[in-house]
Design a protein around this ligand. Structure first.
Ligand code: FES
Length: 443
């Protein structure tokens, strides 16, 4: 496979991480108005917007900024998130679907505005969601989009080597280089890297190098790590997706994704084609790199894999992120998570909503993202079943998060947890949270 093959859980994505500025680790005790825990795109943008509002803010990142999921994003900036609008209209009504659309359109336009000042390869592209066999699903989506006043296009075919029953098109979406963008927005922020928040004592974060006391705290750690509020261990699961960057592949001018969660994704970046897919619930089996490489060998026989990596996404119960108060009973504690594979717009939407909430300003889109909305969704049963099954399965390798049995991931040489998606190296080092420490349980 590629020279940059994924080994022992280390990510080698297409984005050049060496462009990011470095920041010191915390040493001593400090105070701030707002502490943002997590230095991925959501955390950085939230801190950036708080700073713009004149609010003192610190970002604490356990490793290097953007070294988690932001490093693995395909960096599509779009308000089209699979066939989400029909899903929201069915579960929460047409008004909620309209609010979700307007929030994400605002996020896309905010990126366009900011990227006007930042050299980050921002370019407008049409976005397509196709289905390989179910035209009715696409038609249902078109009907809801019509009801909420969005003028989507419909294509009978896509310019890809896949069979498609059609595609819903959102014009003038965008793509960019997330690391060039993050490097620019983080430069003037107060950031502590290699500063792992091990636990919270009220609004004080405890790290190995000192304590950070804040008036408000934003948890932007991908999967929220505080278990005693919010029930995120029931409201989220994680889904793993694989990516390869191909050179010498044909150009695709738009951005494409299968409506099926485990289907393929396409966009280009410079002269590379980014091909994603092979997905599965973390801790379960799936197509992984094999599926992608088989597809590339068949459809792009002259192409060569230049980079390969995997990404992991937090999936909410209803397809809508959790952005807002961490729980009804936790004053001063906020969360941004559950972006369901659409992390770039989710991050911007989070930053706009949370910076408004913390500044005491009403945000017109906040309601649809409220983390305390109803949990009564079919996915709750699936998550509960996985938790019970894997808690009761005998194994010597158990997850330090809540004790589920770990499964060996032979494609990436890691121990993965099917309950909430924590992942560990063969030696027991945490690769993906919510596990919050390198505790050894049977390693
Ligand atoms: Fe929760 Fe493993 S991630 S038990």
């Amino acid at each position: 496979m590629a020279e940059n093959q994924y080994k022992d859980g280390k990510m080698r994505s297409v984005w050049d991480m060496s462009r990011l500025p470095g920041f010191p680790a915390l040493s001593g005790n400090v105070k701030t108005d707002v502490l943002v825990i997590g230095g991925g795109m959501a955390g950085l943008l939230t801190a950036y917007m708080l700073r713009e509002k004149g609010i003192d803010c610190i970002v604490a990142e356990k490793g290097r900024i953007c070294s988690g999921n932001t490093a693995g994003t395909t960096a599509k900036i779009t308000s089209q998130h699979g066939l989400i609008y029909h899903k929201i209209a069915r579960s929460a009504g047409t008004d909620a679907a309209g609010q979700y659309l307007r929030a994400n359109e605002a996020a896309v336009e905010k990126y366009a505005e900011m990227c006007g000042e930042i050299d980050c390869d921002f370019s407008r592209r049409d976005n397509y969601v196709y289905s390989v066999s179910d035209k009715k699903k696409l038609e249902d989506e078109m009907k809801v989009l019509g009801r909420i006043g969005y003028d989507a296009g419909f294509n009978d075919e896509v310019l890809l080597p896949v069979a498609a029953a059609g595609a819903v098109k959102f014009p003038r979406q965008a793509q960019f280089d997330p690391i060039k963008f993050a490097a620019a927005i983080s430069r003037d922020l107060k950031i502590y890297e290699n500063t792992w928040v091990r636990e919270m004592e009220g609004n004080t974060a405890v790290t190995d190098g000192g304590r950070i006391t804040a008036g408000a705290v934003v948890v932007a750690t991908h999967f929220p790590f505080i278990n005693k509020h919010g029930l995120y261990f029931l409201k989220l699961y994680q889904h793993r997706t694989y990516e390869i960057a191909l050179e010498n592949a044909p150009s695709v001018s738009g951005m494409y994704v299968d409506e099926d969660l485990n289907g393929l994704s396409f966009r280009e970046s410079g002269d590379l084609l980014l091909l994603g897919g092979g997905g599965h619930r973390t801790g379960k089996k799936g197509g992984n790199f094999t599926e992608l490489c088989d597809f590339a060998a068949k459809e792009y026989p002259s192409a060569r894999v230049r980079y390969s990596w995997a990404a992991q996404d937090c999936m909410s119960l209803d397809g809508v992120p959790y952005i807002g108060r961490y729980s009804r009973g936790s004053a001063g504690l906020y969360v941004a998570t559950g972006f369901n594979k659409w992390g770039m717009t989710g991050s911007m939407t989070s930053a706009m909503i949370l910076s408004d909430m913390i500044a005491g300003k009403k945000n017109e889109y906040a309601e649809v993202f409220d983390p305390s909305r109803s949990m009564l969704k079919p996915q709750l049963l699936v998550n509960g079943f996985e938790a019970v099954t894997n808690l009761l399965t005998f194994s010597t390798k158990r997850c330090p998060h809540l004790g589920c049995t770990l499964k060996w991931n032979s494609a990436e040489h890691s121990w993965d947890c099917p309950c909430h998606g924590s992942r560990f190296s063969p030696e027991g080092k945490v690769l993906d949270n919510p596990a919050n420490g390198n505790k050894k349980h049977g390693f």
